[in-house]
Design a protein around this ligand. Structure first.
Ligand code: EPZ
Length: 423
């Protein structure tokens, strides 16, 4: 099992290229199941989660070729041989549940293992099921698997989501593309990954309007055709690396970064005293002198502050001037990084969904443990500004969502390396 060693090394300087979005690619790949014709994705990120989705699609009979050093995914679902998404794959990555809607729409049946809970929360699928049942699917849970069928095909309907769930919006939107008639998803998720999926589906011949707003309208069509689509920039990787110069000082240019992907996050960084400049095709982040100011944060669905940047923002607030309160409103158990940051000398009190962080002058290096994807990178960021060495273990979490972390951060001056440990 690998660990990452990182030592505080002063201000950063240089450029970091931002990859395609994991959370867009993980919903774009299942879209191939909607058509017999090939779907090609460019600007795909090289991550272990993408490999897991590839295995899942291949287990259903789809062809998936990874080209150009993994940045191009050529897929075809001409000859699907199975409609069962096996527990052994789904338990590794809950986004596997995004094959449910497409398979149901294309094949009239799907059997998908229920993912179960994860480190950050229970994460049920009731909204996915509610939406697909509204489109006429019959769904029952048997032996830990969702058995879904729509022998006569799906039928358009109005689906009101009680919470703007990203995954439920994606599953229902994909299913509705081949349903008879019109579907309206009310209180839909508005994340950029939803818009990217809608853009791709439109290229495949789908009729979709309103993506990016709370109401999405899908006019079903008989069939979808092939397409080529470029995956949108990863706004969570972008935000994570914007925090590197914010925490360590210095100036870093994030290539491919766009402010519109992270407006609420950028506003919080500026309130903390960080300079952000938008260039033609990049963002430059700069912190010159002095400590950052403490700011309060509440995580919300897009366009609110992203929950996937909460842990990283907490790392910044650990050395801010003053006290900040971070409220986590999306997941019920997403402060596992706090006790690890306390091991590095941070002052953090967690009460339910609120974490109160009292800024300290300096953190101190320590051995810490990653508990989930975003927690792992928040510990690396904290280590980059700490005195002495920090060793972050269980970094397999990191590989799920960040490609080439060591190369990207050492490229701007961080003292960081990956070490193999005897298991
Ligand atoms: C997506 O997860 C992302 N994952 C998550 O990123 C991200 O944190 C989340 O959206 C919120 O932005 C992918 O896109 C693969 P939700 P998803 O459905 O779709 C509850 C990362 O770090 N809910 O919007 O699972 C749920 O329990 C990951 O990259 C129900 O109650 O998120 C949660 O509390 C972590 N019933 C809330 O809604 C449902 O049927 C948000 O979930 C569905 C969701």
């Amino acid at each position: 099992m690998d660990s990452i060693l990182v030592t505080g090394n002063g201000p950063l300087n240089g450029q970091i290229p931002i990859a395609g979005a994991k959370n867009a690619c993980l919903t774009l790949m299942p879209a191939t199941l909607l058509s017999e014709e090939p779907l090609t994705l460019t600007n795909a990120p090289r991550l272990s989660d993408i490999k897991t989705m590839t295995l899942l699609l291949q287990s259903l009979g789809a062809e998936v070729s990874s080209l150009q050093d993994g940045q191009v995914l050529a897929m075809s679902s001409h000859d699907l041989t199975s409609h069962v998404a096996d527990y052994d794959i789904v338990r590794k990555m809950r986004a596997s549940n995004l094959v449910l809607g497409p398979m149901l729409a294309r094949l009239g049946q799907a059997v998908v293992s229920l993912p179960g809970g994860c480190a950050i929360g229970a994460r049920p699928m009731d909204l996915h099921i509610h939406g697909l049942e509204a489109l006429g699917a019959e769904i029952e849970l048997k032996d830990g698997y969702l058995h879904a069928k729509a022998p006569k095909g799906l039928k358009g309907a109005v689906v009101e989501l009680s919470f703007a769930s990203v995954g439920a919006t994606e599953n229902i939107m994909m299913a509705a593309t081949l349903a008879k008639g019109t579907t309206v998803i009310k209180n839909a998720a508005r994340e950029p990954e939803i818009v990217d999926l809608a853009d791709c589906l439109r290229k495949m011949g789908a009729q979709i309007e309103g993506d990016g707003s709370p109401d999405i309208t899908i006019q079903g069509v008989d069939r979808l055709h092939g397409a080529t689509h470029q995956v949108v920039t990863d706004r969570i990787e972008l935000g994570t690396y914007m925090l590197a110069p914010a925490i360590c000082g210095g100036e870093v240019e994030l290539l491919g970064g766009r402010r519109s992907l992270l407006e609420s996050f950028c506003a919080k960084l500026e309130a903390a005293g960080i300079e952000i400049t938008e260039n033609e095709n990049s963002l430059t982040v700069c912190r010159k002198n002095g400590r950052v100011r403490a700011v309060d944060v509440v995580t919300e669905p897009f366009p609110g502050f992203p929950t996937d940047l909460q842990a990283q923002m907490m790392a910044l607030m650990c050395t801010a001037e003053g006290t900040s309160v971070l409220e986590e409103k999306i997941f019920e158990n997403r402060f596992m990084h706090a006790p690890e940051l306390v091991r590095m000398g941070a002052e953090i009190e967690v009460h339910g969904g609120h974490a109160t962080v009292t800024g300290v002058e300096k953190l101190k290096g320590a051995p810490v443990m990653a508990t989930d994807l975003r927690a792992s990178v928040s510990l690396i960021l904290a280590g980059m500004a700490a005195e002495g060495e920090t060793k972050v273990s269980r970094v397999y979490h990191l590989d799920r969502g960040y490609e080439h972390v060591v190369r990207k951060l050492s490229g701007v001056g961080a003292k960081i390396e990956r070490i193999k440990e005897q298991s």
